[in-house]
Every structure is written in C-alpha cells, then in structure tokens.
Design a protein around this ligand. Structure first.
Ligand SMILES: [Zn+2]
Length: 278
C-alpha cells in the first residue's frame, strides 16, 4: 500500500499541475503582472534546488523516523491501539494541523520569515508559485517534520498518504483558476481554495496574517484566522517592499534570506506615488 501510494504521488501531482495550468489559461482569477514565461522559468529554477534539498534531506529523515515509529510504537497515535485506517486518517489530519502551525511560525519568527519571504515576493500567484520555496526553508523544516513524525506517531504509510493529499492541495490553492463562486464557497468550508489563498498572498499585512491552512480550512476556522471577505480584484499580490519586478529576479531572491532585511510591510515611496497618481 505504502509503495503504491508513493508510486502514484508524482504522477498525481504532475497531472494536477497540467490540469490547473490548462484551467488557468481558460479561466484566470487574477490579472498577471509579470510575463508567464519569465516567472515559470524563475519558479522552476527555485523549485529544482528545493526538490534536490527535499530528496537529500527530508525524504531520508522522514523514511528513517517513520519506520522507527512503526517498529518502536512511538508517538501519540500509538498510545491507543487504533484500526490502521483510522490511525492513517488521524495522522494525515494532525500532520495538516501541525503544518498550519509551522506556516504561522514562518511568518512570525523573523529568522524563518527571511526564507518564507522568497515564496511571498512572487508578484503573481499561480500553480508555479506552489513549487517556489527557498531550499533553506525546506532544509530548516526538516527538523519540524521530524518532530511531527515522532510526536504524532506517523507510520510510513500515513506519511505517504499525507504527501499524496498535500501536493495536489498546495498546487490547487496557489492556482490562478477562477472557480464558479458557488462552488468555491462550498469547497472552502472544507479545503483551502484559490481565492482564500490569494488573500494570504496580499500585500496588506492583516490579509497575509490569515488563511494559513494548507489542506483543511478547519484549522483557520478554529484559530479565528479564516478570511473570506476580500474580493480578488482588490488584491495586490506580493510583499509591499518588493513590488518592483527588478527586485524579484532569480539572482535577487536566492540570496535574499542571507541579506540585510528591508522593512517588508512598507510600500516604497515610488510605488506609493505611482498608486496615488493612478
Ligand atoms: Zn505564507
């Protein structure tokens, strides 16, 4: 079962990406700021390095620890003897919740924000943004992933099931697909939708500080951080101090976490003036 789930994870993610790109062309949700070719090239370059980091660091650690959990009965879910299917569902839900907590930390802890910033300075939001995470953020998150597996008690099968669910979910909510509003409202009662995550990528701080869930919206709902009342046409995507396309090129964003940080949430004077003149 575990091997089958692992085997279909990549085709499922790639298939989801293909369908979303097709839908983004047919029914775009937000207007683009930069050229799609330039952004795709940049986002896939960041993603290539990130994929290598995941393969070299996260996958071996997760495989080793989840096998240890299984062998030694470690973690919360192993305290009680649950049927396998129920243990897997609970493990996926708890991994999703603790990913919500990690996402909050990447915004609130200045050292982590340096890295997560690279994801947020994208001036547009589409399925390619879902791949754009700085390798440093992924390397640091290995420690969190290890704690998730050990504390929750995640078996190899449950970890594979979570990844099968997580990758398409992350691609979907980053996508620039305009769903019929009725469908979007039905879906966002359960899962994170493109409009919800669009609000999280807004340059308005109070809007960015909402909608931190990755899979299920219940975590934002429980923490009072769910925001649905912002129209996509009012949203400017990105971080205020990085609204100039020249500042978010590949050679600028890769060293960004290691440089002196700007006052991220202040619009530059030039941009303010531009907005005023419009
Ligand atoms: Zn974020």
């Amino acid at each position: 079962m575990k091997n089958f789930v692992k085997f279909i994870s990549v085709p499922v993610a790639l298939g989801t990406f293909g369908v979303l790109v097709w839908l983004e062309n047919r029914r775009p949700l937000r207007r683009s700021v930069e050229s799609k070719i330039t952004r795709n090239g940049r986002n896939f370059a960041v993603a290539g390095i990130a994929a290598a980091a995941l393969q070299l660091a996260e996958q071996p650690v997760a495989a080793f620890l989840s096998r240890l959990v299984e062998r030694k009965n470690l973690g919360l879910l192993k305290i009680v003897c649950l049927p396998k299917w129920l243990e897997t569902i609970l493990a996926v839900a708890l991994l999703d919740y603790t990913l919500y907590l990690w996402h909050v930390l990447t915004h609130k802890v200045p050292f982590l924000w340096r890295f997560h910033l690279v994801h947020h300075v994208d001036l547009d939001l589409d399925a390619s943004t879902a791949f754009r995470f700085h390798f440093g953020e992924l390397l640091i998150s290995v420690a969190w992933r290890a704690a998730q597996i050990l504390v929750i008690g995640v078996s190899p099968g449950a970890f594979a099931a979570w990844q099968l669910f997580l990758f398409p979910a992350v691609l979907f909510h980053h996508s620039n697909v305009k769903l019929p509003i009725g469908l979007e409202r039905k879906l966002n009662r359960f899962i994170v939708t493109p409009r919800l995550h669009g609000i999280h990528h807004s340059i308005v701080r109070a809007e960015t500080d909402s909608n931190w869930s990755s899979g299920l919206t219940v975590w934002d709902w429980l923490h009072g951080t769910l925001k649905t009342d912002v129209s996509q046409s009012e949203i400017t995507v990105g971080v205020p101090a990085y609204q100039n396309p020249d500042e978010v090129t590949l050679t600028k964003i890769l060293p960004l976490p290691f440089e002196k940080q700007k006052a991220d949430w202040q619009l530059s004077k030039a941009i303010k003036r531009e907005n005023h003149l419009r």
